[in-house]
Ligand binder design. Structure first.
Ligand SMILES: *Cc1c(COP(=O)(O)O)cnc(C)c1O
Length: 253
């Protein structure tokens, strides 16, 4: 048996670790933004694989935006942390059949990469609004949609993990046609085989294309733990940081 208070001590140690890691990441963002002479992007802390208790600690440290990449895990955590005013960002591959669930808790989806998914999200958010109305719950803002693009040289239309540049206008128009979706901007993950600066320049070019369709769609979700400086320099407005805030992800077998 562990000594009395051992659990509480472990919790304190974890809270201290999260506070230190978060402060270090915030400092990196501050330094990078100053160097690039750009406003500081919003930090979305990606909490996948880490428990709701960590998210609660982060909320206590002032984190408002959290990211998740699997619906089951996100739905459970959002339900457990319903008392906190958190904004949940869905950042992973999204199957159309999960749209209904995601619409219940998410404020933003960063992985909108095909027209059928836009349709599914439109119906899901409309249904969710209707449910809230019937149950006398407060109305929710439109779901912020980031169009996800693949940045590889051979990014083909319809490929996994992001649309191609050729699809940008059609996707943007699809989101704009919805009354319950809001076109926030674009998102990408830098491919491994490419310098992040090159990848993010490509994303900024795609962002310019999307803005010819909707000038208000200025958000750029780019930058993870390993490449946040390059993302800030390129003009990211949202950073999605996981491991540098939470620590190495547990290995799942
Ligand atoms: C996990 C994940 C992140 C965070 O990655 P880190 O390298 O841990 O910072 C960002 N974006 C997406 C889409 C992710 O799945």
């Amino acid at each position: 048996m562990s000594a009395p208070g051992a659990g509480a001590q472990a919790e304190d140690a974890r809270a201290l670790e999260l506070a230190e890691r978060l402060a270090a990441v915030q400092e990196r963002i501050r330094v990078a933004s100053t160097a690039a002479m750009r406003p500081q992007p919003r930090l979305v802390v990606v909490t996948k694989f880490f428990p709701a208790s960590d998210v609660r600690v982060l909320a206590g440290l002032g984190v408002l935006d959290v990211g998740e990449n699997r619906d089951q895990e996100a739905a459970a955590k959002a339900a457990e942390l319903e008392d906190l005013a958190l904004r949940w960002h869905f950042v992973g591959q999204l199957q159309t059949k999960k749209a209904r669930s995601v619409a219940r808790y998410a404020s933003a989806v960063h992985s909108v990469d095909r027209v059928p998914l836009v349709g599914a999200l439109d119906r899901a958010v409309a249904q969710e609004r209707e449910r809230r109305r019937t149950e006398g719950l407060a109305d929710r803002a439109a779901l912020a949609c980031f169009l996800q693009f693949a940045l590889d040289d051979d990014a083909a239309p319809g490929g996994r993990g992001g649309a191609s540049l050729q699809e940008a206008e059609v996707l943007a128009e699809a989101v704009l046609a919805s009354e319950v979706l809001d076109l926030a901007g674009v998102m990408a993950v830098a491919p491994r085989e490419m310098p992040p600066a090159v990848a993010f320049e490509r994303l900024m070019h795609i962002s310019a294309t999307v803005r010819t369709v909707e000038p208000g769609a200025t958000a750029v979700s780019a930058g993870m733990s390993g490449d946040l400086e390059e993302a800030v320099a390129a003009g990211a407005t949202h950073l999605r940081i996981g491991s540098d805030v939470l620590g190495p992800r547990p290995v799942v077998g």
